[in-house]
Design a protein around this ligand. Structure first.
Ligand code: G4P
Length: 197
């Protein structure tokens, strides 16, 4: 997606060979116009799938997910990472290990919001090792619902998540695919573009 890639080029900061900082438009400050276009793009990509729910994980997935849900006119659910005071039982849970943070999170969604027969589109901001997306898919499957696809804003294609997700048979659509962050340069997959910071 041209708009997202342009934002990455102009505002993304390469912290090291593995991490791209996008605090000015995704992870801290957010760009509503960009999020609106992202919602439209996911709606276009998954229009044949008869999506009934959009599922993401707190917190940075929520903005693109809500814009996608708005396009499909379906509810948006975010899985919780922390234990909620009010959400204590009747929940689906999955363990998600973060290689980046080296910690385990138990993610949860109430039984109430995903039902058998739902066609669920999973949305998240980054795809690195794929643990969050796979954990979300497990929650959907526990409910007897269908994972219609996984939509990602920024895929770091040099990390194993994308391959793992495709290997598990899920449809994956990433709006920006990064081949490398080596040498403080963002190199996208499928293009010759190189950005220096
Ligand atoms: P995985 O789900 O693909 O296995 O990713 P991983 O555990 O490695 O990622 C842990 C957190 O770090 C996630 O956010 C993920 O979005 C984020 N992350 C991974 N790689 C990058 C990167 O290159 N740049 C940035 N900015 N973030 C990255 P989180 O902890 O769930 O945070 P949030 O959603 O509350 O913001």
């Amino acid at each position: 997606m041209r708009l997202l890639k342009d934002k990455i080029k102009t505002e993304g900061i390469v912290l090291n060979d593995n991490v791209l900082k996008v605090d000015s438009f995704i992870n801290h400050q957010m760009d509503p116009k960009l999020m609106k276009e992202i919602g439209r793009e996911f709606a276009r990509l998954f229009k044949e799938e008869e999506i009934t729910k959009v599922l993401t994980i707190e917190s940075s997935g929520i903005a693109p997910a809500i814009m996608t849900g708005l396009e499909f006119e379906v509810p948006v659910i975010f899985a919780r990472k922390r234990k909620s005071l009010t959400l204590t039982k009747d929940v689906y849970t999955a363990k998600v290990y973060s290689f980046t943070k080296q910690e385990n999170n138990e993610i949860t969604v109430s039984h109430k919001y995903i039902e058998k027969g739902d066609n669920v589109l999973i949305i998240d901001d980054f795809l690195a090792n794929g643990q969050a997306a796979i954990g979300l898919a497990k929650l959907v499957e526990q409910a007897g619902a269908n994972v219609s696809g996984i939509g990602i804003l920024i895929e770091k294609s040099f990390q194993p998540g994308a391959e793992e997700i495709r290997k598990q048979g899920y449809r994956l659509e990433s709006l920006a695919r990064i081949k490398s962050l080596a040498g403080r340069k963002v190199q996208f997959v499928d293009t010759k573009e190189t950005v220096y910071h």
